[in-house]
Structure formats: structure tokens, C-alpha cells
Design a protein around this ligand. Structure first.
Ligand SMILES: [Zn+2]
Length: 237
């Protein structure tokens, strides 16, 4: 017995529907994959910005320290000028004490500047390494984004073709049969939607179908459904 022409058409439609639905599912993944790469980019950028900010803070600290050295030096110079003008020994001695205090402050600030310069050298080298790593990461991630977009465009193009093919497969199928098929698709949710009966068993769920369903499956144009899973069943031999 030849296969019912209606079943034949529905099987073609099913194949094309499955292909189209697979492509739709593949397309659904793209936004999440893109967002994940963008999150990685943002994370890498934030990490680098943080290192860069720490380095800048160190530079500011050194500049501030150098300014304080200049101020202390100016102050010491003022004390020395004042010292030239005083006549009394005790005033002279008091200024001498202030000059010594300023000198001690200058010493400790200069030590701090030296330490900050060393720290800045290290920080500079670490920052250069971090910048290199960040740029490499950024290149890699941007390449991933571009590759993803290319794949997405090609899958989208596949979809356009698959949609057209699935639509054209509907030609010559009566609207009520298409409606039934569409209904079964919503009920079953996963392909296949049309399955053969073999030895009175539905090849979708592998359970036995009723005699009534079996009898209808032998008739042309009838679209009986499995009693258990609701798939359309047909008789293949
Ligand atoms: Zn079944």
C-alpha cells in the first residue's frame, strides 16, 4: 500500500518545520551570548580602570608631597631671613629651632617622595602590563562579538530560507488538515508530530493505539491521533 499523499505532504511540512524551529531556537541563544561577551568586556574595563585610578592616586600623592617639600623650604628660607634681622639671642635661638624643625620636616617629606617614586615605578610597570593584557582581552572579545554577529547573520539568512520552504510545504494541504497539524504541534511541543504505527504501537510514545485509531490509520485522508500522546499516526505498510 502506497503512503497516503496527505501524510506524505504533512511529513515534508514536518521536516521543514523542524528545521525552521531549530533555527529559531539557535537564534534565541544569540542575545544571551552577546550579553555575556559584553559583560566580560565591561568587567575587564572596570578592572583596568581600577588599576589606572590607583596609579593616578599615587601620582597625586607624590605631587602633593613635593609641594609640601617646597612649602617647607620656603618657610625655612623665611626663618633664615628673619634670623638676619633679630638682635636678641633668645629670638635668634627660637628661629634656629624653627629652622631645624623645618629641615627635619623637609627630610622626612623627601624620604616619602623617594618611596613614592619607587612605588610609582613599580605601579607604572604593572599598569603597562595590565594595559597590554586588557588590550589583548578587548581585541579577543571584540573579535568574538564580530564572529558571533557573522554567525547570527548567516543563521538569520538560513531562517528566511527555512520559513519560505516551510510555507511552500503547506501548498496542497487542506486548511482543516493544517489546523489539526498546527494543533498537534502545540500539544506535543517536540517533534515528531506525525509518526507511523507499527504493530499497533505509536512510534512517538511507543504505547499501543486503540483498534479504532488503527482502523482510521489504514484509511486515506483520515488523520487519527494516538490515544496516549496525541500525535498524528499513519499506517506505513
Ligand atoms: Zn503516541
Amino acid at each position: 500500500m502506497a503512503l497516503d499523499p496527505l501524510i506524505e505532504k504533512l511529513l515534508v511540512l514536518q521536516d521543514r518545520d523542524v528545521r525552521r524551529d531549530d533555527i529559531v531556537r539557535r537564534l534565541e541563544d544569540f542575545p544571551a551570548r552577546k550579553a555575556s561577551i559584553e559583560r566580560e568586556i565591561a568587567g575587564a574595563k572596570a578592572a583596568f580602570d581600577e588599576k589606572s585610578a590607583a596609579h593616578k592616586a599615587l601620582e597625586l600623592k607624590k605631587r602633593d608631597c613635593e609641594r609640601r617639600v617646597e612649602q617647607a623650604e620656603e618657610q625655612r628660607a623665611r626663618f633664615r631671613t628673619q634670623q638676619l634681622a633679630v638682635k636678641k639671642n633668645d629670638e635668634y635661638a627660637a628661629l634656629e629651632k624653627q629652622i631645624e624643625g623645618a629641615a627635619a620636616l623637609i627630610d622626612s617629606l623627601e624620604t616619602e617622595v623617594m618611596e613614592l617614586m619607587l612605588a610609582l615605578d613599580e605601579s607604572e610597570a604593572a599598569l603597562a602590563k595590565a594595559r597590554e593584557a586588557f588590550n589583548a582581552d578587548l581585541n579577543r572579545l571584540n573579535e568574538n562579538l564580530a564572529a558571533l554577529a557573522r554567525v547570527q547573520a548567516s543563521v538569520q539568512a538560513d531562517l528566511d530560507g527555512a520559513v519560505a520552504e516551510a510555507e511552500s510545504a503547506k501548498a496542497g494541504i487542506a486548511p482543516d488538515s493544517l489546523d489539526l497539524y498546527a494543533y498537534v504541534k502545540t500539544r506535543v511541543r517536540r517533534a515528531p508530530y506525525i509518526v507511523p504505527v507499527e504493530e499497533q504501537h505509536c512510534m512517538g510514545c511507543h504505547l499501543k493505539v486503540s483498534n479504532d485509531v488503527l482502523q482510521q490509520a489504514r484509511m486515506q485522508g483520515a488523520l487519527p491521533r494516538c490515544d496516549s500522546c496525541g500525535r498524528i499516526v499513519y499506517f506505513d505498510r
